[in-house]
Design a protein around this ligand. Structure first.
Ligand SMILES: Cc1ncc(COP(=O)(O)O)c(C=O)c1O
Length: 443
């Protein structure tokens, strides 16, 4: 049999088996290889021996039905998604460059421009969670030796510093765990360190701090720096104006206030930030996170979209619907709902004798509340009580607050007065249980 004929036959075989789904591509590829090998001169060959005995059987766990309990997620994220968002993921798959899909991507961009309050051209999503947004920010804005100033008030500043070092940046840190920075402090640090980038976190979910941003962008412009902001745990829950506050780069996550499943990191780079990206002397060290590629795939650079990676189609549908819900309610209403629910929660916790980790109410993010664990109370007993009795999640601390606090999230779909009441009632019971004064109420 000639080589061409053998290859053609193998190809037909492949198409047939693909359609009936009986054999894997690997078997057809092996057939092609062995036919090809017999037609060539002696030398190293792929084996024509019988297939090896498989030493990994089909896992038994996958022969059982998928088991997912329904839990109320009142921790720092993810939060629950409305059914409309879940239903969106049941829509048929489209190709990642099909016009119907790119239309949906364009709708997502419009929703993101609204929630970021920006008219920037480059507004898109990184396929990945909030960390992917952070990594994309670092790898696009930083070149080896660039100074980055990190205003650190919890674990997310620490993570940003770690990532920046991996890009060989010169990392300078100002540290105020559990507190906010003043404009005077930022001005002095910018003058001292002369960074290319100032990185800040708006809602520090590890400590519960809300960092004010107004004025920081103007300071960065005065000192010739770009301002990059993490608002993964705050966007949608508190006012945020990318253009109005001169913020050059911002990213968030889908699974917090937006209330879509964890899957993407919405991100925006303004013209100043893109000018820095386009004038780099060294290539961006990650192909996947290269903003010039992402901007093209998301239709933000005025040139035809090219394949960069396969977008997470169903997750984009979900985000589109979650953003539609945000737009239907309106940002002002969302912000005030978060403020009112957080106030109710904090007052209720105070009535239970609990103290907040961030003592000044004006410095707290309404989206993630950090509650001091009282002396002598085992915090894990309380979180377990929530979960085992009510399938409600609240979580312990993280980074500087580890072992010291409980964290309760009030975000998006889950941010309701009813959920606040529920958390307060369970907290009362759980505390009684943890201190040996158990008295279960009827919820
Ligand atoms: C402020 C902040 N930044 C970044 C992240 C990381 O996001 P992800 O877990 O989605 O990667 C989180 C997650 O909780 C966060 O709260």
């Amino acid at each position: 049999m000639s080589l061409t004929k053998a290859t053609l036959q193998a190809g037909m075989l492949s198409r047939f088996h693909r359609s009936v789904g009986q054999v894997s591509r690997g078997v057809v590829a092996a057939a092609t290889c062995s036919l090809t090998a017999t037609a060539t001169t002696p030398g190293p060959r792929f084996s024509t021996a019988a297939p090896l005995k498989m030493n990994v059987p089909q896992p038994e766990c996958l022969q059982k039905p998928l088991n997912v309990p329904s839990k109320l997620l009142m921790g720092p994220g993810p939060s629950n998604s409305p059914l409309r968002v879940h239903y969106a993921m049941m829509k048929p798959l489209l190709g990642h460059l099909h016009p119907e899909f790119t239309q949906i991507m364009d709708e997502v961009k419009e929703g993101l421009r609204y929630i970021f309050q920006t008219k920037a051209e480059v507004v898109c999503c990184v396929s990945g969670t909030g960390h992917a947004g952070m990594e994309t920010t670092m790898c696009n804005l930083l070149e080896p030796g660039d100074v980055i100033l990190i205003a650190q008030n919890g674990i997310w500043g620490e993570r940003a510093a770690d990532m920046a070092r991996r890009h060989d940046a010169d990392v300078r840190i100002i540290d105020k765990p559990g507190d906010t920075f003043t404009l005077e402090e930022l001005d002095a640090a910018l003058a001292q360190h002369k960074p290319a980038v100032l990185f800040m976190v708006q809602g520090e979910s590890s400590t519960g701090v809300l960092q004010p941003l107004e004025g920081a962008g103007a300071l960065c412009r005065k000192h010739g720096a770009l301002l990059a902001v993490d608002c993964v745990a705050s966007l949608g829950g508190v006012p945020f104006y990318m253009d109005g506050w001169d913020i050059d780069v911002v990213y968030t996550g889908t699974q917090k206030v937006i209330s879509a499943p964890p899957s993407m990191a919405p991100i925006a780079f303004n013209d100043r930030a893109m000018a820095k990206v386009r004038s780099r002397k060294t290539p961006i060290r990650s192909f996947y996170s290269d903003m010039t590629w992402l901007a093209n795939y998301w239709g933000c650079d005025g040139t035809p979209r090219k394949y960069h990676h396969t977008g997470p189609i169903s997750a984009v549908y979900a985000l589109r619907e979650a953003l539609a819900i945000v737009c239907e309610e309106g940002l002002e209403s969302l912000w005030s709902r978060h403020k009112a629910c957080a106030k109710k929660l904090h007052e209720g916790l105070g009535a239970l004798g609990l103290e907040m980790y961030v003592s000044d109410p004006n410095k707290r993010t309404p989206t993630v509340s950090t509650i001091r664990v009282p002396e002598g109370v085992d915090w894990t007993r309380v979180t377990k009580y929530f979960m085992s009795n009510y399938l409600v999640e609240i979580s312990g601390g993280l980074g500087p607050s580890a072992g010291k606090v409980w964290r309760v999230g009030l975000m998006g779909y889950n941010c309701t007065p009813e959920n606040v009441d529920l958390v307060l009632r369970i907290m009362k019971e759980a505390l009684a249980d943890a201190t040996g004064k158990s008295q279960k109420s009827k919820i």
